[in-house]
Design a protein around this ligand. Sequence first.
Ligand SMILES: *Cc1c(COP(=O)(O)O)cnc(C)c1O
Ligand SMILES: [Zn+2]
Length: 410
Amino acid sequence: MGIIMGLRCKVCGKKFEGGLKFVCDKCWGPLEVDYDYDVISETLRKDDLKKRFFSLWRYLELLPIEDARNIVDLGDGGTPLHRCRRLGEEFGVKELYVKDDTVNPTLSFKDRPASVAVSKCREMGINTVGCASTGNLAAAVAAHASKAGLRCNILVPYNIEPSKILQTASFGTRIIGVHGTYDNANSLGILAAEHFGWGMVNINIRPFYVEGSKTLAYEVCEQLDWETPDTVIIPMASGALLSSIHRGFKELEKLGWINCNTRFVGSQPNGCSPIVNAFKINSEITPVDEPSTIAKSLAIGNPASGYEAIQVVKERKGTMDSPTDEEILKAMKLLAKFEGIFAEPAGAITLATFIRMHEDSEIDASEKVVLFVTGNGFKAPGTREKIIEKPVEIEPRLGALKNLVDSEET
Ligand SMILES: *Cc1c(COP(=O)(O)O)cnc(C)c1O
Ligand SMILES: [Zn+2]
């Protein structure tokens, strides 16, 4: 297609041909995919998009795959943007939206980066893929590897709850429990990528992997008829998602499709908030050795894209916050009760942050706010039991039901 020009260092700008590189050999900066936006804006009009199927692959020209036959697609992305009238009313905000990525094929937004990364591995002729994961990425990579017929190795902390890898195991992948934390598993992943040449999607395939997540920005802008939100609230683990969504907005601006003054807000759980802490005291990131939170999908103590996330939020005049587990649970309940959306803690955290901002009068009633809800409640067994009540029991007689209804109405 001639649209992808290779890789480029985000720090010093040095250009590379592509392939398995992910850090700059001159300055150790992270690499990103380099596109020719002039060619893209000549070949792709935003009105053409409407005619295409609504998955992330409708934005093919803006994704790093050269031959569409390499695409590994489970129907990733193309998720609803819900207008949340009831929650909006509750908090006095006219236009509140949830970008609902709980309904992806493996029930989290990680299907987006996994779909792009596994497709790229296929394109590069890599036949063993894998990742280090806190759970969701494992399921997404394993599912796409199954679809593509590639071998798959997943590195997880050895003490991960069995329920978190049940879905992954069902895809027949090799799951390796590493003694230590997620960060130890990730370090081993770096060595494995180098030694075996595996495509570890969030390590040596990272420049391509992060491209999948930027489609969240494209979809939201398209769903808002190319009007940009005033504020977006995004959960952070490594910080990659927030940086990728920002990249998506910037690219649409380059194409002349949007004007973007969007404020970016990042959110981490109180029990693991190295990025938020560094942002608040304007200092280096201090890794968290032992994350402790119900938002397990966000429990990354040493965030690989933390500095980038901080830069984006500063540039976008935004802010960061770290709600407590209790606030996250409350937000889970509210999302379900007011809007019918069943989210895992890592997804509901954006509503918890919104509520804090509302209480501090940091959200204006006239704002258009988008909360990114990134994972499904079924991803967090153990937590979901905390937000539900036991059903009442009655005899199978109308009289018993009447008694119950009457007692609840008085
Ligand atoms: C991975 C994940 C995130 C954030 O991931 P980053 O590492 O910051 O890109 C957010 N929500 C859910 C549900 C996740 O699984
Ligand atoms: Zn560089």
